[in-house]
Structures are given as C-alpha cells and as structure tokens.
Write a protein that binds this ligand. Structure first.
Ligand code: GGG
Length: 351
C-alpha cells in the first residue's frame, strides 16, 4: 500500500480553517483507494514569525524536501506582519527554494455553479504561471529612503532556462488538451523581457508543430477571459501577469473560493505544493464562512500529481455532486459552514 508523507502548512487566517476541513476528506478518499496520507502539521505562519522572528525555520525548505507533497492553506496577516515579509519569507521562499517553476491553475465552472458571466458557453482554461522569477524575482532596492530623492527599483528577471521550461510545460499540456496555447506578454511596451518571451515562444513552438499558438497582450487576454473565455485553453504567462490573470480566472469561475493551484517542479525530485489561490481573508477568519472547495480542488491536484488519478477524479466528482444541488457556503449563496460543506463531500466519498 502506498503511503504519502504530506507537509500540512495551514498558515494564517482562513488557511487553517480550509485545511483542517479538507484534510479529513482527503484521508477518506485515500482509504477508499487503498493508499494512506501521513500528515505532518507545520505551524509556519505570522504567529510563528512573532515567536521566532522568521516565517519558517532556516532549514525549512530542506525539511520540506523530506515530504512527497506540501498542502498549504494561506499566508499573511497584515496587521501582524507586513505582507511583503510574510509572502516572500514563506510562500515565495518555498516556491523559489524548491524551484517550483510552474504554477498551474484550472479555471472552469463546477457543476451547478452559475458564475458571473452572461454567456453560458462552457469554458475550461488552464493558466500556467511562471513561478520563480520574472517580476517576483525580488531583485532591486531603495535609496534615499524617506527623502525627496527617494528611488525604488524592482527588477524583473527573465532567464532563458526559466522562460523555456514554463513554456515547454505549457506546450506539453496543450498537446494533451485541445492543442491550443496562448502566450501572454506586453511586448509592445516592454521591449526587452517580453520581446525575449515572444522569441522563446517561437523557439519552443518549433518543437510542437501540432500546437496552435496565439500571442496575446496581457490587457487583451484579460478582457477576453471575461468576454469569450470559451475561446481559450492553455494560457502561459509570467509571474505577475499570471497572478493577475488567475484572479480573473477565479472571478469567472465563481470567486476565489473555487480557485485551486498546483506549484510544481516539472523535473521532479522535490515535493509539489498545492494551495487554494485565495489568501488568508482576515475579515472572515474564525467565522466558518470560508469556502473549502478551492482547497479540496487543490487536494485533487495533489492526488493527481502523486499518481492517484482515480482518487483525484472521485474527489472532483464528489465535490460536483454537492455543488450541483446548490448547497454551499455563503459566498456560493448557501448556508453551509466551511466544515459542513467539507463533511457533505466526505460523506459522499465514504459511501
Ligand atoms: N493560498 C496561498 C496564499 O496565501 N495566497 C495569497 C497570495 O497573496 N498569493 C500570491 C501568489 O500566489 O503569488
């Protein structure tokens, strides 16, 4: 029987609530499919920062290498730790430390979820966001702090290896899906990095003559995701552009409560990290209002990545067996709490 060691990082705010709700559901589906999930809860968070002066131990990334996957809730409590510290020292540090170069985010409507768009045309978009460099490289600095001559510089770094590997992953996905790929830049305005991205797209496309490539500027594809999402399939974008586009993706699939995310290193050898796209939502924390579906969907992505495809499919089916009834948390127009919604799904899986 396969046993998978999972690092559980609830993090902050509703991260704890959604992960605590989702974890028993994953254990149930594992039991039904004859494998086990052995969870280790790691308290790395803004609270941890207050008692230790850092978001995770100095050897945190090394510790994570001992697991098969990382299941994360949310990071950040701006009243306690500035967001640029909590995000960079935990979420971005793990992505960069494990070289999780691909952030894959599926956007489609779950059964029964109306979504906000006027058109009822079904859409199924896989956004692939470059995850370790680009605009979030962390390079830059500030001088003359607080003075009239103050300068802030943030340098976006695009490496040939970094751009090529995320594009290549996108082309592989496109090949397995509809054979269509959208490459996103702003190369009319950003004449160095984004022209380079276009050139790399052409270079990689030469190895995938069966994939139909369309180039979009980020503003144009942002509008298209709202007006005609059914025309898009695999979308590959830089770290910042992907971050923004996947919030639009979340919005058109009904909200951030539905959006799941897989951070992976396509070369393997390190654990992937699976998380809801949403943050810690301090305004609703502790109230049982958080939607656990994004975290459960992220759990399905984790099971798929671990090679447990049948369990992942069963989990998604159970989620949709509930959503199709209209039952849900308040953000879905329902009355269920975080735990109640997760337990309904668990009950279906345990049948
Ligand atoms: N669920 C993880 C989380 O807390 N996300 C909040 C966030 O700000 N993420 C930024 C990012 O994905 O780069």
């Amino acid at each position: 029987m396969n046993n998978y060691r999972i690092a559980l990082l609830p993090g902050d705010g509703i991260g704890t609530e959604v992960l605590e709700a989702a974890w028993p559901v994953l254990q149930t589906v594992a039991r039904q499919h004859d494998f086990t999930l052995e969870g280790t809860w790691l308290p790395w968070s803004c609270d941890y920062y207050h008692s230790h002066g850092k978001m995770m131990p100095a050897d945190g990334v090394e510790q994570l290498k001992g697991f098969d996957a990382i299941y994360l809730g949310a990071v950040g409590l701006p009243d306690r730790v500035p967001d640029h510290i909590s995000l960079r020292e935990l979420l971005l540090a793990i992505r960069q430390g494990l070289d999780l170069s691909v952030n894959a985010r599926p956007h489609r409507l779950l059964a029964g979820v109306p979504g906000p768009l006027r058109s009822s045309a079904p859409f199924d978009i896989l956004c692939i966001r470059e995850n370790t460099e680009g605009e979030y490289s962390g390079a830059g600095g500030r001088v003359h702090r607080g003075g009239d001559l103050e300068v802030a510089v943030e340098t976006a770094i695009f490496t040939r290896a970094g751009v090529e590997r995320v594009l290549r992953y996108g082309f592989e996905q496109a090949r397995q899906r509809s054979g269509r790929l959208a490459s996103v830049t702003k190369s009319n305005a950003q004449r160095h990095s984004m022209v380079f991205w276009d050139e790399m797209t052409d270079r990689v496309a030469a190895d995938y003559p069966d994939v139909d490539v369309t180039r979009y500027h980020v503003d144009a594809i942002a509008a298209r995701m709202i007006t005609a999402p059914e025309t898009l399939d695999v979308v590959v974008a830089s770290n910042l552009f992907g971050d923004i586009l996947t919030d639009i993706g979340a919005a058109i699939q009904g909200g951030l409560g539905f959006a799941a995310s897989a951070n992976i290193n396509p070369t393997g050898g390190v654990p992937g990290m699976f998380e809801p796209v949403h943050g810690s939502a301090p305004d609703i924390m502790g109230k049982g209002l958080a939607n656990p579906l994004a975290t459960l969907w992220a759990g399905a992505l984790m099971l798929e990545h671990l090679g447990e495809s049948a369990a992942a499919a069963d989990l998604m089916d159970a989620i949709e067996e509930v959503t199709v009834t209209g039952a849900g948390t308040p953000d879905m127009g329902g009355t269920l709490s975080t735990g109640e919604l997760a337990r309904q799904i668990q009950a279906i899986l345990g049948r």
